[in-house]
Design a protein around this ligand. Structure first.
Ligand code: NAD
Ligand code: TYD
Length: 341
């Protein structure tokens, strides 16, 4: 089985590649990643040096480059994860999100169609549904009402993939997962940002009242769901992937849990100006996926957050290298005026 993982040097991609190498050792796994600020070749260097993974540094927006990677034989399975993925950055650079997430996805679809790919797993997000009511959990037919340039670009890419299935026969499924956490997550996202800043005893910029709710899923539960769908024959459908019910937690409680586990003071929390159009709640109903494949999330939040904290404690060099680089500038641009002093 020849398999391509796009975005395989990013957070979820790295975890997926590692899962495939350990649990499907007879598969030939290749990674396509442009190594933007969010991609880190170090995450998979060991696998590439050991010959377990082939790496292509290619931009999704470079059509010729993509065609070269696909060659004439292409891949049996494509897991498409490469994307611009951070909501806050999309407020400053919406065109980049449109290029990579929409045009880049279409160009990948074109290559998959031309080489008769057997399975195309398009990895999307529950953010395409926009904000949910306090008692709601989106099913797959929930209205698509994205709030940010990020989620709008993901919604557009979902529709391109589904249209390619309908009109041209692309054997695709679209997945919409809730917020992931776990090892290798770039520390601009909420959980690793708050873990690393708490470890450094730096102020924690909590948007607004902090009562926004996310359904946290451990990244390995997400990756197992993707694998279960790749090995299924269903096509042309959307599947939600959600965390365990007890992991639907307001941000402020997540922040307090991190502080408690690290033995620091809640005074680190600073309520800062809210994100514009900040969705109050994301949560999904993933019973369709469970009914089809038997998949269900395994990692409870308490266990997952403890393991994630340990990972960041054991990998300080990994995240310190990121935080001391270009990320400093982004932090200043985005949070500078938000902090009180
Ligand atoms: P990430 O930002 O950590 O990684 C994205 C990867 O894509 C990086 O390695 C980057 O180098 C690569 N990339 C970006 N632009 C590229 C381009 N033009 N060409 C080739 N490679 C490019 O993101 P992530 O959190 O791992 O998310 C992966 C996917 O899962 C995304 O499609 C995202 O929308 C989706 N998703 C993420 C979450 C989450 O909580 N993180 C939840 C649901 C869905
Ligand atoms: P994030 O990790 O950016 O994921 P998303 O916006 O895609 O859900 O944010 C998760 C939640 O944490 C979201 O409600 C916004 C909030 N948040 C903060 O309060 N402060 C921050 O500095 C960040 C990055 C996020």
């Amino acid at each position: 089985m020849k398999v391509l993982v796009t975005g395989g040097a990013g957070f979820i991609g790295t975890n997926l590649v590692r899962l495939l190498v350990s649990e499907r050792s007879d598969w030939n796994v290749e990674v396509l990643d442009y190594l933007t600020y969010a991609g880190n070749f170090e995450n998979i260097t060991d696998l590439v040096s050991d010959g377990k993974v082939v790496f292509h540094r290619t931009d999704l927006c470079d059509q010729e480059g993509l065609q070269k990677v696909f060659g004439s034989d292409g891949y049996d399975i494509v897991f498409h994860l490469a994307a611009e993925s951070h909501v806050d950055r999309s407020l400053y650079a919406a065109s980049t999100f449109a290029s990579t997430n929409v045009l880049g996805t279409q160009q990948l679809v074109d290559c998959a169609l031309a080489t008769k790919c057997k399975r195309f797993v398009h990895v999307s997000t529950d953010e395409v549904y926009g904000s949910m009511g306090p008692n709601d959990r989106a099913t797959e037919d929930y209205p698509i009402v994205p709030s940010s340039p990020y989620s709008a670009s993901k919604a557009a890419s979902d529709l391109m993939v589904l249209a390619a299935h309908k009109s041209l026969g692309l054997p695709a499924v679209v997945t919409r997962c809730t917020n992931n956490y776990g090892p290798y997550q770039f520390p601009e996202k909420f959980i690793p940002l708050f873990i690393t800043r708490t470890m450094n005893e730096e102020r924690l910029p909590l948007y607004g009242d902090g009562m926004q709710m996310r359904s946290w899923i451990h990244v390995l539960d997400h990756c197992r769901a993707l694998l279960s769908l790749a090995e299924h024959t269903v096509v042309g459908k959307v599947f939600n992937i959600g965390g365990p019910l007890e992991s639907e937690i307001p941000n402020i409680h997540v922040a307090k849990k991190i502080i408690e586990l690290l033995g620091k003071s809640e005074a680190l929390i600073e309520h800062v100006t809210d994100r514009p159009a900040h969705d109050r709640k994301y949560a999904v109903d993933s019973s369709a996926l469970t009914a089809l494949t038997g998949w269900a999330p395994q990692v409870l939040f308490q266990q997952g957050i403890e393991e994630t904290l340990s990972w960041y404690q054991e990998h300080t060099a990994w995240w310190q290298a990121i935080l001391s680089g270009d990320y400093k500038q982004f932090y200043q641009q985005h949070y500078g005026a938000r902090h009180q002093s």
